[in-house]
Structure formats: C-alpha cells, structure tokens
Design a protein around this ligand. Structure first.
Ligand SMILES: NC(=O)C1=CN([C@@H]2O[C@H](COP(=O)(O)OP(=O)(O)OC[C@H]3O[C@@H](n4cnc5c(N)ncnc54)[C@H](OP(=O)(O)O)[C@@H]3O)[C@@H](O)[C@H]2O)C=CC1
Ligand SMILES: O=C(O)[C@@H]1CCC=N1
Length: 277
C-alpha cells in the first residue's frame, strides 16, 4: 500500500456507496484525504447513515450539480444499475476522470453513456477493506499519464495493483482476484468443517485454517519459489499430504476449480453484453 500524501488531492465523487466504495473511501481517509473532498451518491437511506457513522460523510440521495466540482468520479454501482445511474450523473461530470469498479461493464458502454472517453476500469477485491486489496486496472487510450497516476494513487490506498494492457483481460482478473476472496472463504469453510469433524473446536479449526492460508501466502510471496515446488516440499513420501493430494487428484479438484474460474470469466463477459449499452 502506498503512503502518498493526499492532502492536495482533488475532489472525488462516488456513485454508489456500498461495499467497494466504502473500501476505497476508507483507504483514502486513512491516507489523509480530507473528508470534504469526498462526495457520495447513495439512494439507500440506511447505507447513507452507515457512511455518516463510519466516515462522517454526508451522502447525497441523488446526483445533483454539486458533482461538477469532482475531478474524479468512481463508479461503484452494480452492473445492472450502471446505465440508469450514468444517465443521472452524465450532465454533471463532463470533464472528470471516470474510474469504474463494475464487473463486466466495458469502457465503450461507459463512454457512450457519459459522453466522455476518459475512463479507467478497475477490478478490486474485498480485502481492500483492510488495506490488503489486489486490483487490476485498465486505461482507455484517451486517458493521460497524469490521470493514470491519479487512478493509481486512489487504488493504491487499498493495497496492491497491476495494469493490464487489454480490456478483455479484466474479465480474467475478475475471475481470479475479484471473485477470488470467495474461493478462499469457501476453502476456509471446508477446512473448518473438516477440522471440527475430526474433533477440534470449530473456533480453533478456523484459526488454524486462516493462519495456514496467510502463512502459505506469505511463504509463496517471499520465497520466490513456484507453488508446485513449495507444495512438493510439504509432501513427504507416503505421508499425510500425499494421501490428501491423491484424494484431490482422484476427484479432479484442480480441473473443477479451473472450470469454476472460467465460469466466472464467462459471467463477467455476459454482464457486459447484458447490461452494457
Ligand atoms: N463486492 C465485491 O467483492 C466486488 C465488487 N465489485 C463491483 O463493485 C460494484 C459495487 O459492488 P458492491 O459495492 O459490492 O455493491 P453494493 O450493493 O454494496 O453497493 C452498490 C450501491 O450502489 C447503490 N445504488 C444503486 N443504484 C444507484 C444509483 N442510481 N446511484 C447511486 N447509487 C446507486 C446501491 O443502493 P441499493 O442497495 O439501494 O441498490 C448500493 O448501496 C459492482 O459493480 C461490482 O461488480 C468489484 C470488485 C469486487
Ligand atoms: O460477484 C461479483 O459479480 C463481483 C465482482 C467480483 C466480485 N464480486
């Protein structure tokens, strides 16, 4: 995570004030962006109250002309509601940089809805909530280097990032790191259940599972060795890991897992087709 000083940063408007918007707002405030530089449009009253309690930000129930002061507009609405939200905002944000986190919605659609080509698409993930996000970014050719840097500064308050060269690669990022935390939680649930079935208290089983994920991730990141090498080092001949991995191979878990990720990528593309312009 970068430690950029954001005290001189421009005003940023968020369209949609739910999970992902909150993760980014939290990152920006932690790094010193004054709250009066953040605007949020959020139609759901309980969520507006949450934003007030969590960040001391007064969110607007609907777009209005005050959005014209924002130099960056972050789109954090569901793909299904993007077109409708864009229609209400377009007239107020002709000259802003637009940063969309919506899954699947292509920048061609966004440019058409907003009448503006200055668009960066981002695919973050929920560990952004604790400053450990992983985000893929794509910039349209019309986006300047300075605007790319601005997008990078915003996203880097939530964790790490990578730029992709082709917009279609964002669908792969969505299937991998965007949806990825859910895969990890799915495995954590299964490991907790197995631990409990084998006689461990459920809480202790979860603690062991979480610690194993974070420890193995740290080892993979710091050792510089391939996951397959690290896996082999755990797998003693005729031992327990071998027994577990043979069971997984028999059930072709890897093929099923890879198939699941392809399903996520297909869904990202379908969201773009279904809800894009
Ligand atoms: N959650 C995740 O792990 C990730 C999500 N994303 C993407 O982020 C985007 C937002 O997801 P997430 O934060 O989880 O969703 P949320 O539902 O938490 O947030 C979206 C918010 O937008 C509000 N909203 C609906 N219509 C409008 C409108 N016209 N103008 C302004 N706000 C509106 C919603 O209100 P209401 O509830 O009343 O509809 C809701 O509070 C999605 O496009 C998703 O694809 C990207 C990466 C990861
Ligand atoms: O499930 C979704 O559609 C969003 C995009 C990536 C994670 N959540």
């Amino acid at each position: 995570m970068s430690t950029t000083d954001l005290s001189q940063f421009p005003t940023i408007a968020f369209i949609g004030g739910g999970n992902m918007a909150s993760a980014i707002i939290g990152g920006l405030i932690r790094q010193g962006l004054p709250k009066d530089r953040i605007q949020v449009v959020e139609p759901y009253e309980p969520q507006r109250q949450t934003l007030q309690q969590q960040f001391g930000i007064h969110a607007l129930p609907a777009a209005d002309s005050s959005l014209a002061q924002a130099q960056v507009v972050v789109w954090a609405v569901k793909p299904q509601t993007f077109a409708q939200a864009a229609a209400a905002v377009a007239d107020h944000s002709r000259h802003a940089l637009h940063l969309s986190v919506a899954a699947g919605i292509r920048s061609d659609s966004i440019a058409q809805w907003l009448g503006n080509d200055q668009i960066v698409r981002a695919m973050p993930n929920t560990p952004a909530l604790v400053g450990q996000g992983m985000t893929g970014l794509f910039a349209r050719p019309q986006v300047s280097a300075a605007q790319q840097q601005l997008a990078e500064q915003i996203i880097s308050t939530t964790g790490q990032l990578v730029w992709v060269q082709q917009e279609s690669q964002l669908d792969a990022v969505t299937a991998l790191s965007g949806s990825g935390p859910a895969y990890v939680f799915y495995f954590l649930e299964a490991m907790q259940q197995a631990g409990a079935e084998m006689g461990l208290p459920a809480e202790q089983a979860l603690q062991l599972a979480i610690g194993t994920f974070s420890g193995a991730s740290a080892l993979a990141a710091q050792s510089g060795e391939a996951p397959a090498v690290l896996r082999e080092r755990v797998t003693s001949k005729g031992g327990t890991t071998f027994a577990a991995l043979e069971h997984m191979r028999g059930a072709d878990i890897a093929a099923h897992f890879i198939g699941a990720m392809h399903a996520a990528e297909r869904r990202a593309k379908a969201l773009g087709d279904e809800f894009g312009g």
